[in-house]
Design a protein around this ligand. Sequence first.
Ligand code: UT7
Length: 326
Amino acid sequence: MKAVITTTARYVPERIMTNFDLEKMVKTSDEWIRTRTGIAERHVVEKGQTSSFMATKVAKILLHKSKTSPEDIDLIIIATVTPDMLFPATAALVQDNIGAHKAWGFDLSGACTGFLYALETGRLLVESGKYNKAIVIGVDTMSSILDYTDRNTCVLFGDGAGGVLLESSKKENGVMDSILSLDGSGGKYLHMPAGGSLLPASHDTVDKKLHYLKQEGKTVFKFAVKKMADVCLEILERNGLTCEKIKLFIPHQANKRIIDAAAQRCGFTEKQVLININKYGNTTAATIPIGLDEAVEDGVIQNGDLILLSAFGAGFSWGSMLLRWG
Ligand code: UT7
């Protein structure tokens, strides 16, 4: 039994925040942001819109496009570091919103690699033969944990959601291979210090701005380029492939310079690499499924094509997945 992605979907909030908007908030410039990151604008939620709001939009599009009844969904996995609340899980809120009464589900915290972790988990559960249909979504409301007075971080991220419907199939397509990794010694370089059991919310944690994302950008940058390139080369080699055989490389969108450097080290041509960071910024768990849905919509991916996904993020976490489409 294989697990095949039969449908893709994405949702980004309507409101757009441009680099020029950010120029009015912190000491930055459109020129700096574009040249250092490749970002021109990002989407951000309105007050009251949440990760479950965006994930529900994606789940409903998946059901509509695939003409699937919510009652037929067995499993919902949501990758996010910005759930609506610590519990119940975002998956529970989405399950209720779409009326998937027979589904179970959970949230998974894998930061920027979250969608790959979730896709691996979902596909193994479907491949076990016990579950037929799983919704796997990557969603993050990064604007809810950004300090809009810190130019080092607030210009980098955006809000969004993307997802897939995984269905059991006897075809030989689907996830062909995966390599997923974690190195917790990198945790201190990209994290949100407070709000968990270590530092529960208090006046002190709020005063010290500990409920915001903190990042040592340069350190993360170096690891990201190396690990993303290494893991892609490893998965290609162990499948007896060279990068010419890959129709599309969909990397996590954290910085265009990271993508360019990793793609160059692997030997991908510009045409083989999906880049949309200019429109969305870094939407954390959502970058890869948003890119996948755009590629499907634009007709870039055809049945039988090999697709390579790769991500790097907080943890440090990273990984790569090889898909055969259709
Ligand atoms: O998805 C999760 C994984 N995250 C990542 O992969 C992010 C990895 N890191 C990066 O993408 C880059 O390191 C950044 C985009 C975060 C920063 O780029 P950089 O080329 O590493 O810049 P830097 O941190 O070395 O900063 C260079 C200068 C500094 O000024 P001084 O000290 O040289 O005077 C910063 O203060 O740029 C300054 N700077 C800014 N200037 C204008 C930092 N942020 C800004 C800004 N606007 N927004």
